[in-house]
Design a binder for this molecule. Structure first.
Ligand SMILES: Cc1cc2nc3c(=O)[nH]c(=O)nc-3n(C[C@H](O)[C@H](O)[C@H](O)COP(=O)(O)OP(=O)(O)OC[C@H]3O[C@@H](n4cnc5c(N)ncnc54)[C@H](O)[C@@H]3O)c2cc1C
Ligand code: SF4
Length: 871
């Protein structure tokens, strides 16, 4: 069936009808194959008044993007490519015998190969009244202009259709300031992509954002309203008044040309194509949303692009075939993360399901696994799509699942299986819209691409829906690193700055919140990388209360609830015990609290007491009691100073040469509350016997006959590192001065989630350079470092004290956002006379696994040590 590569003396005439995303992609493919333009004469006929634009990101038109921003090409580019184009040129006739098409204005174009890329149009149900003014659809830039005009004159808007596009349209109406409703015929939202539980949760989340959802509603008629322009009357006798109606009830292929001119169409529409994307006439191709392949119309851009490639290949004599496409989707609807992969509705016989529901944080995750447990068949994610990329790779590449596949979505004590970039085969699809594989990225890098931008422009990865941006960066960075190339230090795609640069910007411009930072120096909405990083920097610089309204959204779960979340969703409580010193009275109060709330009690490695098993609603009461007894938060949850461990030193020990206890207590009180790129631990030993193990800490202080030896950047945990001896025989004052400078320099220049050990190793010049900065004031910044530290010390507050004194803050400490109910799935059993979380078979409430997970931590901590050790 394939045409032979042109051997004709004249160029082959290719006429493309429709210049949507897919038609344009086809043109790009053909131009690429014929760079000198001596084989093909391409003519594009578009019914729209502008060349191709990015329909996928159409909604961004309402948030400030212009038609030019959305354009995928320009007239000049087509001229440069010698591609002839005609706008407002709707094709109305195909003459298959003469091999020509005619436009509405009567112009005739002859072809050797005709490509129909006419896309689809929004389906408007046949409801009487649908043609009234302000009844619109959501497909083109012109549609959006009309919506804007209608919205300007109205107060209420209704979207008919609760699918993916309907919800995107609802978001647009909301952004335009309308009171927004979604009316859906089916019992749930996004019924194609989500199962019932996912749909229910999505509905709740969307309603929480102020959009009213009406399911199982069939509109009977639209008539004049009393308070609004329209009144929608439903089959169940209810009605709804609105000023604007947007129909988004599915799409229908533009197959009228095929119907009128005798190309085969499907029973329910769509131009039938074979694996080469040829229609029933071998000289006519159909691609994109107008094409019906294997009785299926793909409503996504990626399959359309794949078809464009196949059609171009067939025309030039290649052998590409269209063999179907993945329909997985990841998107953010009104800020709600939603993902759907493969067999979301568990249609595969024998498939097993693993479900994770987190009632408090409104997260639902399900994976569908083959009967033998080896292959991922599908997934549904609502509220948190952080595992989407990994899951998609498992599903698309048939990568064998770990022994316990539920670990892929369930929080666990740190052994969460991760799919490293190296585990992906070269054939792994990284960008499904543009069908870019890991191998394509590797090839681009081998051909000279040295950063993500170059990889993107070379492969076109991320230029579809953009959902693969993070994975493209990860793969690119990993491959560049392998080749010894320095990778970009931009914190994420929203800021073209490293963490250090952001720090300086915040300080220099006195920026007090994330919104201002984003507005002045970033783009987009921010993400789970830049938000916590900015939160940490703002806290280091200004030391505001971290639960202040504008900082709250930046905090991860532990900081949000000022407690360390455990694997069963309960929290642990760690009062500060500077230097590990505690009075009997305080110990008694801790014991009483532990008994009253039935908490598991354990002495930690950092010399304090950890109380486990508190429900979120119990936290304020518990802290009130501890604070009344003179205790304060131990910041066990924060990226901040944790503990200063110490031995009893010269006070009690016969070997001790300095008072290590007093020094430890002083240091802990001095630096408590300091927020930093990662947690910081100290220790002080009273002599070189080193009972406090100071050399494995970020700051280690060891007493000598003449003062103190200072060790820096030690670490225990997964990557142990012996601290470096930084300075010897220091007096108290110099010791503290050096620590002030060292810590502030780390806080400023450390990367996000970088422990001091890794930071020092990555500092150019290493220890010697650090000594020059801190001891010799090589950069002339020491006065400023000291002043910054003093400002943090002067503004210290016990976050728990501030919280319990503010009734408004206490409202958040509930098990479920919308109710006072208690999570029944938190269950304990007794072991060694204390509680511990019930394991699977010990639970009374079976069926649903309700656990909780700190999303930010999980994403960011994968390479770092687990935070459950809280001391
Ligand atoms: C708001 C919105 C959000 C979306 N989000 C996503 C997403 O996140 N991910 C995703 O994968 N997909 C998304 N899509 C779908 C995606 O945009 C489509 O799959 C893609 O645009 C299809 O491209 P196409 O070229 O086949 O059709 P179209 O883009 O519809 O282009 C067809 C063109 O042909 C023209 N035409 C029709 N008939 C004629 C004729 N007789 N003569 C001349 N020209 C004609 C039409 O006017 C149109 O310009 C979204 C769509 C919308 C509307
Ligand atoms: S480090 Fe030295 S002073 Fe401290 S307890 Fe051990 S032996 Fe005693």
């Amino acid at each position: 069936m394939s045409a032979q590569k042109s051997t004709l003396s004249r160029k082959q005439r290719i006429v493309v009808v429709g210049n949507g995303m897919v038609g344009h992609h086809f043109v790009e493919q053909l131009v690429q194959e014929d760079p000198n333009r001596d084989q093909y004469d391409i003519t594009v006929l578009s019914a729209e008044s502008r060349l191709a634009y990015d329909r996928v990101h159409l909604s961004e038109y309402f948030s400030g993007k212009t038609a030019d921003d959305l354009a995928l090409t320009t007239p000049q580019t087509y001229l440069d490519w010698q591609v002839k184009f005609h706008l407002d040129a709707k094709v109305t006739l195909i003459d298959k015998l003469k091999k020509s098409v005619r436009t509405l204005s009567g112009e005739v174009f002859e072809y050797d190969k005709l490509v129909l890329a006419t896309g689809s149009f929004p389906f408007v149900p046949p409801i009487p009244g649908k043609e009234r003014e302000h009844c619109l659809v959501y497909r083109t830039i012109d549609d959006l202009d009309a919506i804007q005009t209608s919205a300007n004159n109205g107060k209420v808007g209704v979207v008919v259709g609760g699918g993916l596009l309907g919800l995107e349209a609802a978001n647009a109406l909301k952004e335009l300031g309308l009171k927004t409703h979604v009316v859906e015929f089916a019992p749930q939202l996004m019924g194609v992509q989500l199962d019932q539980s996912g749909g229910q949760l999505l509905r709740k989340k969307i309603e929480d954002l102020g959009v009213t959802v009406h399911t199982e509603k069939a509109t009977k008629v639209i008539v004049d309203g009393e308070d609004c322009v329209h009144r929608m009357e439903f089959a169940d006798g209810t009605h709804l008044e609105t000023d604007l109606i947007l129909f988004s009830a599915g799409i229908r292929p533009y197959d009228n040309l095929a119907r009128d001119f005798e190309l085969t169409v499907g029973e329910r529409g769509g131009i039938v194509v074979n694996n080469e994307c040829q229609t029933s006439d071998e000289n006519i191709y159909a691609i994109g949303e107008c094409a019906l392949w294997n009785n299926f119309i793909y409503g996504l851009v990626a399959p359309g692009y794949a078809m464009a490639k196949v059609a171009a290949s067939d025309i030039i004599g290649g052998d590409k075939k269209f063999t179907g496409a993945d329909m997985s989707t990841k998107l953010k609807l009104m800020g709600v993360e939603v993902g759907s992969i493969g067999d979301a509705h568990v249609k595969t016989p024998g498939a097993q399901c693993f479900t994770y529901q987190n009632g408090r944080d409104d997260i639902y995750k399900k994976i569908v696994v083959s009967q033998d447990g080896k292959t991922l068949l599908g997934a549904v994610l609502v509220g948190d799509t952080s595992e989407y990329d990994s899951l998609l790779q498992y599903a698309l590449n048939g990568i064998e699942l770990p022994e316990n596949p539920d670990g892929l979505i369930l929080p666990s004590s740190g052994e969460k299986p991760t799919l490293g970039v190296d585990a992906l085969p070269d054939t792994a699809t990284i960008c499904s819209c543009l069908n870019v594989t890991k191998g394509d990225i590797v090839t681009a890098i081998d051909a000279g691409a040295t950063d993500v931008g170059a990889v993107k422009s070379c492969t076109k990865a991320t230029s579809g829906c953009g959902g693969c941006a993070a994975l493209v960066k990860t793969v690119t960075d990993a491959e560049l690193e392998k080749r010894g190339v320095e990778v970009s230090t931009d914190i994420c795609e929203h800021f073209a700055y490293s963490r250090t640069e952001l720090f300086h910007i915040i300080k220099a411009e006195s920026i007090r919140n994330f919104e201002t930072l984003l507005e002045k120096h970033g783009s987009g909405l921010g993400c789970e990388i830049c938000k916590p990083a900015a939160g940490s920097i703002l806290a280091s610089v200004w030391n505001d209360y971290i639960l202040q309204a504008d900082h709250l959204p930046l905090q991860d779960t532990n900081d949000t609830y000022l407690g360390n979340m455990q694997k069963d969703g309960t929290y642990s409580i760690v009062p500060r015990m500077p230097g590990g010193e505690v009075t009997p009275d305080k110990l008694i109060v801790i014991g009483e609290v532990a008994k009253e709330y039935n908490l598991y009690t354990k002495v930690t490695g950092g010399q304090r007491i950890d109380l486990f098993g508190a429900r979120i609603d119990q936290l304020p009461d518990i802290w009130e009691k501890l604070i009344a007894a003179g205790m304060e938060t131990g910041h066990a949850y924060g990226k901040s100073l944790r503990t200063v461990k110490s031995c009893v030193g010269s006070t009690w020990c016969r070997y001790g040469v300095q008072d290590s206890m007093t020094m430890a207590i002083f240091l802990e009180n001095r630096y408590k509350g300091l927020r930093s790129p990662h947690k910081i631990k100290f220790a002080v030993s009273g002599c070189t016997r080193e009972c406090a193990e100071a050399q494995s800490k970020d700051i280690g202080v060891i007493a000598t006959e003449n003062g103190w030896n200072l060790y820096v950047s030690g670490n225990g945990g997964m990557k142990p590192r012996h601290g470096d001896l930084f300075a010897t025989d220091l007096d108290d004052e110099t010791l503290v001065k050096y620590i002030d400078r060292y810590l502030m320099f780390y806080v400023r220049t450390g990367d996000r989630l970088q422990r001091t050990s890794v930071w020092l190793e990555s500092l150019e010049g290493g220890l010697k350079y650090l000594q020059k900065v801190v001891i010799d004031d090589h950069l002339g910044v020491n006065a400023e470092l000291e002043a910054s530290m003093q400002a943090v010390i002067d503004t210290y507050q016990c976050e728990w004290k501030t919280t319990i004194e503010d009734p408004a803050q206490l409202k958040r400490f509930r098990q479920f956002v919308n109710s006072q109910e208690i999570d029944k799935n938190i269950e304990f059993v007794t072991e060694r006379a204390q509680i511990r979380p019930a394991r699977g078979i010990e639970k009374k409430y079976k069926g649903i696994q309700i656990q909780t997970v700190d999303v930010t931590e999980h994403q960011t901590e994968q390479q770092n040590e687990r935070e459950t050790e809280t001391a």
